[in-house]
Design a protein around this ligand. Structure first.
Ligand code: ADP
Length: 306
């Protein structure tokens, strides 16, 4: 049996207005992976996901899901997938548990099985006391959880999440990460698009970055982060001299009277730098990284947002 969950080969999409949104994208996602599909706005992520889900028709190329070709075996291919789209797309007047049962029915799951699965998922996602509440009355974060619960009710092998934590506060986001990590450990293959690069860095083992409809990187998260030869730190110091000292291989600039921005190559440790600064009577009180490492790389690869 193939170890590849999703295989995408030379995928092209020309929209009706002539826009060439995907220009021959190819990558694989292995079974059991936690995979990040990243790229700036308009890169082609949702188009790629839309093609996999059967919502967008590809212009050319091929894709298969757990070995089922999306052209020849779309029903089997779709049955493998759970999808959490960017936009809430449930009936806001329907009670949450009914949304789950309807979705399960759509995939041929019996009502009794759907009820017991809903109980488990609502319990895991903190939705139990909302089971009989109309979905439209939930907070944004709980709506997001309902979307995740609904995507899993037919027990898909692969879960695709398109910006699942957009607009979700940090504590809810972290509890979602915890839930998704557990599901992944149980064997669920997860593909995630997100704007929170910290999220991708923490969760994902492998990564593809697309930009302007082209694949620009497809590697392990570890290898990608290793490409970063330096890291930028913001140092909160007691005070800075008018003339900053020269420390070999370190570029530094004063941002305010007591804030120093320094770029530290991988060959140096931050404690070495702190000692060297101390030797020049610069006492470091606090340190923070300027951006998380993936963010830094992302900006270098695709450019800062305009
Ligand atoms: P992402 O999800 O990475 O933000 P999308 O896949 O949504 O990117 O969009 C890729 C590009 O295709 C964008 O420039 C977008 O404007 C364009 N696009 C998306 N949908 C359509 C459509 N239905 N018709 C024409 N252009 C579209």
């Amino acid at each position: 049996m193939s170890e590849i969950a999703i295989s995408i080969t030379s995928l092209h999409k020309n929209y009706a207005n002539g826009f060439h949104a995907l220009k021959g994208v190819s990558f694989n996602v292995n079974k059991g992976d936690f995979f990040a599909l990243l790229g700036p706005n308009g890169a082609g992520k949702s188009t790629t996901i839309g093609i996999l889900c059967g919502l967008v028709t590809k212009t050319s190329g091929s894709a298969s899901i757990n070995g089922y070709c999306i052209t020849d075996h779309i029903a089997e291919a779709k049955a493998q997938l759970g999808i959490v789209p960017q936009e809430f797309n449930f009936n806001i007047f329907e009670p949450c548990h009914q949304i789950m049962i309807n979705q399960a029915g759509y995939y041929g799951v019996s009502r009794s099985v759907a009820i017991s699965r809903t109980k488990v998922l609502f319990d895991q996602l903190g939705l139990t006391d909302k089971a009989n509440v109309a979905a439209g009355t939930l907070s944004g974060g709980l709506k997001r959880r309902l979307m995740i619960a609904r995507s899993l009710v037919h027990h898909p092998k692969i879960l695709i999440l398109d910006e699942p934590t957009a607009g979700v506060d940090i504590s809810l986001r972290r509890s979602m990460w915890h839930f998704l990590k557990e599901k992944n450990q149980e064997g669920l293959t997860i593909i995630l698009t997100t704007h929170y690069l910290e999220e991708a860095e923490q969760l994902c083992k492998n990564i593809a970055i697309i930009n302007h409809g082209e694949l620009i990187t497809n590697t392990t998260m570890k290898q990608l982060l290793n490409q970063l030869n330096s890291e930028i730190f913001i140092l909160d110091c007691s005070q800075l001299p008018v003339q900053l000292p020269h420390i070999e291989n370190i570029s530094m600039s004063a941002k305010e009277s007591s804030t120093l921005e320094i770029e530290v190559p991988k060959t140096h440790t931050i404690s070495q730098i702190i000692h060297q600064l101390q030797a020049h009577d610069i006492i470091v009180n606090r340190i923070q990284t300027k951006a998380n490492r993936l963010e830094e790389l992302f900006i270098r690869l695709v450019g800062a947002p305009s």
